[in-house]
Every structure is written in C-alpha cells, then in structure tokens.
Design a protein around this ligand. Structure first.
Ligand SMILES: Cc1cc2nc3c(=O)[nH]c(=O)nc-3n(C[C@H](O)[C@H](O)[C@H](O)COP(=O)(O)OP(=O)(O)OC[C@H]3O[C@@H](n4cnc5c(N)ncnc54)[C@H](O)[C@@H]3O)c2cc1C
Ligand SMILES: *[C@@H]1O[C@H](CO)[C@@H](O)[C@H](O)[C@H]1NC(C)=O
Ligand SMILES: *[C@@H]1O[C@H](CO)[C@@H](O)[C@H](O)[C@H]1NC(C)=O
Ligand SMILES: *[C@@H]1O[C@H](CO)[C@@H](O)[C@H](O)[C@H]1NC(C)=O
Ligand SMILES: *[C@@H]1O[C@H](CO)[C@@H](O)[C@H](O)[C@H]1NC(C)=O
Ligand SMILES: *[C@@H]1O[C@H](CO)[C@@H](O)[C@H](O)[C@H]1NC(C)=O
Ligand SMILES: *[C@@H]1O[C@H](CO)[C@@H](O)[C@H](O)[C@H]1NC(C)=O
Ligand SMILES: *[C@@H]1O[C@H](CO)[C@@H](O)[C@H](O)[C@H]1NC(C)=O
Ligand SMILES: *[C@@H]1O[C@H](CO)[C@@H](O)[C@H](O)[C@H]1NC(C)=O
Length: 563
C-alpha cells in the first residue's frame, strides 16, 4: 500500500473515523486556553503590508537561465523579477515571520520556482557566472528571514513547486521532495496509515528541508530522537550542479546536512525518511496551573520527573504571565500539554505514581489518532478535518523575536521565582516553551550528527515575544519587547547550559554573533549551535565541498580559506 501527495492533485474529501471524545468541561476550557496561547507560536492572525518595488537589472542572468534550460518557454514561466506583477505575491507568500515583510527588506533580484532539477542546475551556473548570491527557501520559517532576504544581489530559489511525497507503508519509508511542508507529510501519511508517523515538529507550515537540516525536534523526540536521526538518504545538489545521493556524497556530507544547516553546503532536492510506528490511539491531556495553584512546585518537580519518565510520554510546557482576573496583579500560568503513545489506562497509574501533583485524571484525557494530536498541538480543532494540515492558506502567519536555551540542571525554586519576576517586567507578550528531552536522546553521542544537544539535556527552552499586534519591529512597543527578551538572557544565564551556552540552529539568532574572520570569531556562535568538535568538522566539510563559499548567509559555516 502506498500513497503520494502531489501539488497538482486536488485533495479529495475523505471520511475520517471520528474517535470518541470524552466530554468534560475542564478539558474544553483548557483546550480554549491552549488555543489562545498557541496562537502566538504556530498560528496567529496577521496583516499584510504594501511593498515598494526594488528594480535591479537581471537580463543577463535571465538570458543565461533560458539558454541553459532545455525548454526556455517553461523556465520563463518560473522566473519572477520585480517587473512581474506576481513578483511580490510569490515572495510574500512564504515570508512566515511578518516583520520581514516590509518595504525596506532587501528582495531578490530574481525568484526562480523550479519544477525540475535541471532548472536548479541552470540557476546555479548562471548565479555563479553573474555574481549573484543564492538563497534557498522551502517553508520560509527561518527566524531571521535568511531564506528570502540578503544584503547582496541574490537569486531566490523557491522550492514551492517541488513538494511531492511518496509513502511506502510496507517498508516504512517516505521520499519527500525538498519543498514539502511538515503538514503535507503528516496529511499524506495519514491517508495511508494510522500506525506510522514521522518524528517531526508541530507547525504544519514549517518546511521539511529547513526543519531536518537544522535537526528538528517534536512530540516523538523522547522515543525516536530528532527528525534528522530518522533520515535514511537524500538527493543533494552541490555547488557544481552534481546530483548526489548518500553513497555518492559520502558519509561526511551526509552527516553535515542533518543538523549542520544544509544551506551552507548546497541544495537538498529530496529526503528519504524512516517512518516510525505509533499506536492507533494516543492519549492527550492539558493541565493548566497558576502560581496560586502551586505552579512553582509543580514545575520544579516536572524537571526531575519528566526527563526520566517512560519515553512514550512527552510534555510541552508553556509559560506566560497574565493578570489575575479583575485585578492589576499578575500571575504566571503554566500549561502542561501531554501526549502519550498509549492509552489512558496505561498512562494514569504511571503518572499517579510519579507525578500525582499534576492531577491528571481520566476526565481530562482524550484518545485520538496521531494525526489529530498534530492538529491539537498545531492549534487546530483536534477533531476537525485533517486536510487543513496540507492547506497552506489555512495556516496564518506569525511575527516574533525568539531565542533558545537548553537546561541540564533543574532550576531551583528560588531561580524559578526570579524568572517569574522577570516575566512580570514585560507586557505579557512573552512565552516560554519547554520540550522535554531524555529517553532516546540519552542514547546518541553528541557527534552522531551535528546536532549536539543530547545526553544530559533535561529540556529545551524556546523564548519568544509576540509582535503580531505591531506593524513593524521598530515601533516603541516592539523595541521594548525585543530589548526585554535580550535582557531575559541574563536572568536565565545561571540556570541554563554553559561552556558553551547551547543554542538551537533552527531557532537561528543573529544576536549570537556573525563574526567569521577567524575560528575564534566564528566559534562565538558556531560552538553554541554545534559545540567545538562538530563545528570544526563542519568547517572541514564546507572547505571541501564549497571552498569558494558560494552558499553563504550571515551565520553559514565559513570555509577555512575565508578565515
Ligand atoms: C511557527 C514555527 C514553529 C516551529 N516549530 C518547530 C518545532 O516544533 N520543532 C523544530 O525543531 N523547529 C520548529 N521551528 C523552527 C523550524 O524548524 C525552523 O525555522 C526551520 O529552519 C524552518 O524551515 P523552513 O523550511 O520552513 O524555513 P526556510 O526559511 O525555508 O529555510 C530555513 C533554512 O533552511 C534552508 N533551506 C531550506 N530548504 C532548503 C533546501 N532544500 N536545501 C538547502 N537548504 C534549505 C534555508 O536556506 C534557510 O537557511 C518552528 C518555527 C516556526 C516559525
Ligand atoms: C549557458 O548560458 C551561457 C550564458 O548565456 C552560455 O554562454 C552557455 O553557452 C550556456 N550553456 C549551455 C550549456 O547552454
Ligand atoms: C516576468 O517577466 C519576464 C521579463 O518580462 C518574463 O520573461 C517572464 O516570463 C515573466 N514571468 C512570468 C512568470 O510571467
Ligand atoms: C520493500 O523492500 C524490499 C526489500 O528491499 C523490496 O523487495 C520491496 O519491493 C519493497 N516494497 C515496496 C512496496 O517498495
Ligand atoms: C495584589 O497585590 C498586592 C501587593 O502584593 C496585595 O496587597 C493585594 O492583596 C493583591 N490583590 C489581589 C486581588 O490579589
Ligand atoms: C493514585 O494512587 C493512590 C495511591 O496508590 C490511589 O489511592 C488513588 O486512587 C490513585 N488515583 C488515581 C487517579 O489513579
Ligand atoms: C490537585 O488535587 C489536589 C487534591 O484534590 C488539590 O489540593 C490540588 O490543588 C490540585 N492541584 C492542581 C494543580 O489542580
Ligand atoms: C484552504 O484554506 C482556506 C482558508 O481557510 C479556505 O478558504 C480553502 O477553502 C481551503 N482549501 C481547501 C482545499 O480546503
Ligand atoms: C562574513 O560575514 C559577512 C557579514 O555577514 C558576510 O558579508 C561575508 O560573506 C561572510 N564571509 C564568509 C566567508 O562567510
């Protein structure tokens, strides 16, 4: 049995088995609270801004593309310059962090939306010939807009037309083209089977390629590791236009593109993924507590219990400040959003034994198909149509500034109180989101792939301020929120990993530094994403496969020749 997804195929309506929802008012209100909060991360509402055109001559480049393409007519329909009326809509459609959708953001000289590999080869050849940089976009979720902006004349390769997905249920594998989105992958898997899945993230509009090339964690991270641990093969185009697979690229390059940031090395055309088994029903629950209800003690205990818990359980913990209703006093609200790879009957005794303070009861547990858990964690109705996962226009955009940290030692209660006090200084636009590690993550060496945040990490911290209500990132309010977020790093410093203070590449953050003149300069940010041994290996591989540094952006891996 197999299923495939292709962008030209209309999505057929299908009958889904509607699972029984255990009705309960606490669940309903918790879900509402969660939906409101998760708006700030995965789903939010946004407005468009008008853009002024940037005009640069690109005729030579376009002539080159046409003459290097087997079919000049076809490729012409895939080329957009600022003179084409569709240039801005094509650029904007996947500008997924709205503060970069702004008249002053540098735009590409040319956008190419290839439908086949030869188009990409022509673009590479001509970009090098005429001295353009290149940016590669799949989902467009880059936190710094690095897939669609640059400070030098550049060609943007938008993989929006290369999104086919082939699921092989018998052999538990999938081939996924470079431009596919996570939601399209989940949707396509769900059309074939309820008992296989891929261990990836919760936001359906994130691109498979950006996600995997930076590592990629999700709800199955404690059981199956990160997404990049579950990649079996890849089709990859190097700077000379060679199309390589795992065997022909060799183990070093295959290692580098699974966590080292593929955009420093070349273009991922497709990934071969290993699908993992999931039960027909998984159990979801949400517990919401405030300081008045003992949130500090419960979070304190969470740090000791969850990373060592049965690896079938994941908890995403969301923390924000809010007003106590009808007062001017603030409190902290913590949401524990659980997903268990098994049924309620198995989960409850385990939690009752190790974490009774959470008060998880049968009434708040809901058993659903795995794909429905993705809907709930993505901010969609849990029992709503699965098609929404494969519908780009149904997923609203976000606007934020975010940062990351990793916690390896439980934060003492005094530290938690200090953190709450710091949150109170902000205007309630902030959110912290913790993903629990441990389990399978303990079994990987830090050097297995470039992603080094493994054994000993209790949880990863995502820190964000929401800017969705702001017209730009330069309003007084935006500047104040971003300054607060930066100062929050100092508050957290004693409580998070150090030497290096670890950071997550997929939460790319130019605040960490962009120095690249020497190893010492580049290590300021490079060792935070990869640690020393992996960063040095990435530099060696970069030097070998792209010595002239064609594939670059402000935090790309520098080749030795450039330092
Ligand atoms: C709302 C939201 C939710 C998120 N949730 C999670 C989560 O649950 N777990 C998690 O791990 N991360 C999560 N992330 C982070 C996400 O993994 C990164 O932002 C990721 O880089 C996005 O990939 P993309 O393809 O959408 O972005 P893009 O902006 O298209 O690309 C990001 C980077 O990858 C490069 N790239 C893209 N495609 C290719 C290709 N084919 N070949 C070579 N390089 C390529 C780009 O050039 C750029 O450098 C989330 C981000 C957002 C905004
Ligand atoms: C590619 O384009 C360049 C510049 O237009 C041209 O000189 C060259 O012959 C072309 N190569 C091929 C293989 O068509
Ligand atoms: C954009 O304009 C160029 C130059 O006029 C043209 O060659 C190309 O076909 C146009 N692209 C589209 C998609 O219409
Ligand atoms: C699964 O793999 C086996 C062994 O490689 C192969 O013979 C078989 O054809 C594959 N099945 C499918 C559906 O691709
Ligand atoms: C608000 O905080 C003040 C100062 O801590 C306290 O005196 C007051 O009782 C609080 N009000 C409410 C409604 O909790
Ligand atoms: C939890 O365990 C206690 C003691 O073993 C027991 O009395 C209680 O009924 C259990 N609660 C649930 C919800 O299972
Ligand atoms: C859990 O239940 C106990 C006993 O009913 C109660 O005292 C406590 O406040 C509850 N905690 C939460 C977080 O709901
Ligand atoms: C996709 O979502 C949009 C916006 O919600 C909606 O208008 C459209 O009908 C949806 N398309 C499909 C195929 O479901
Ligand atoms: C070094 O960084 C600068 C500034 O971001 C950039 O212009 C340059 O291309 C980078 N050099 C290398 C070798 O990556």
């Amino acid at each position: 049995m197999s299923a495939s997804f292709s962008i030209n195929r209309s999505i057929n309506s299908h009958t889904s088995n509607t699972p029984k929802l255990m009705k309960n008012s606490r669940l309903t209100s918790s879900v509402l609270i969660l939906l409101v909060l998760s708006l700030s991360f995965c789903v939010s509402w946004g407005s468009r801004y008008s853009i002024s055109d940037v005009t640069l001559t690109s005729e030579d480049f376009i002539t080159c593309l046409q003459s290097n393409s087997t079919d000049a007519t076809t490729i012409s329909q895939l080329i957009f310059t600022p003179d084409n009326s569709s240039f801005l809509p094509v650029w904007e459609v996947a500008v997924n962090v709205l503060r970069f959708n702004n008249p002053s953001t540098p735009k590409p000289t040319v956008i190419l939306t290839p439908t086949e590999e030869t188009h990409i080869q022509a673009a590479l050849f001509c970009a090098k010939k005429y001295g353009y940089e290149m940016r590669i976009r799949s989902g467009g979720h880059d936190f710094e807009g690095l897939s669609y902006t640059a400070n030098a004349p550049f060609v943007m390769l938008d993989l929006v037309n290369m999104r086919s997905i082939d699921i092989n249920v018998e052999n538990r594998t999938a081939w996924v083209q470079g431009g596919a989105l996570l939601g399209e992958l989940y949707y396509t898997i769900s059309q074939s089977t309820n008992t296989l899945y891929f261990p990836a993230g919760m936001c359906p509009s994130v691109g498979v390629s950006g996600f995997l090339s930076g590592g990629g964690y999700g709800n199955l991270v404690r059981k199956y590791g990160i997404g990049a641990d579950n990649v079996l093969d890849a089709h990859f185009m190097d700077v000379s236009g060679n199309i390589l697979d795992r065997e022909s690229m060799g183990e070093d390059l295959f290692w580098a593109i699974r966590g080292g940031g593929a955009s420093s090395f070349g273009i991922v055309l497709a990934w071969k993924l290993m699908l993992v088994p999931v039960p027909e029903r998984v159990t979801l629950f949400i517990v919401s507590v405030t300081l008045e209800q003992g949130a500090t003690d419960i979070f304190h205990k969470y740090q000791y219990v969850l990373p060592n818990f049965d690896r079938d359980l994941q908890m995403r913990v969301q923390i924000n400040s809010e007003y106590i209703s009808n007062t001017n006093n603030k409190t902290i609200r913590i949401l524990f959003h659980g997903i268990y790879q098994g049924n309620t009957d198995t989960l409850l005794p385990l939690l009752n034994q190790s974490f009774p303070e959470l008060n998880v009861t049968r009434e708040i547990c809901q058993e659903v198909r795995m794909v429905q858990s993705t809907l709930q964690f993505g901010g969609f109705p849990t029992l709503g149509p699965v098609e929404v996962l494969a519908n780009r226009s149904a997923i609203p955009k976000t606007n934020f500034k975010s940062k990351s940290d990793y916690v390896r030692t439980p934060i003492p209660k005094g530290g938690l109180i200090e953190i709450w006090e710091k949150l109170f200084e902000n205007d309630m636009s902030e959110m912290l989101q913790m993903y629990t590690f441990g389990g399978k993550m303990e079994e990987y060496s830090d050097t297995a792939i470039p992603y080094p945040h493994r054994a000993g990490v209790l949880y990863q911290v995502y820190k964000t301020v929401n800017l969705i209500d702001q017209p730009s990132d330069t309003t007084t309010v935006s500047l104040r929120r971003i300054a607060w977020l930066r100062s929050f790093d100092k508050t957290l410093e004693p409580y998070v990993s150090s030497n290096p203070r670890e950071a997550y590449l997929n939460y790319i953050d130019l605040d960490l530094g962009v120095g690249n003149g020497s190893y010492e300069e580049a290590s300021v940010w490079g060792e935070r994403y990869w640690k020393r041994e992996n960063f040095k290996k990435l530099i060696r591989i970069k030097t070998k496969v792209d010595p002239e540094n064609f594939f670059r952006h402000p935090q790309s891996i520098p080749p030795l020749s450039a330092m």
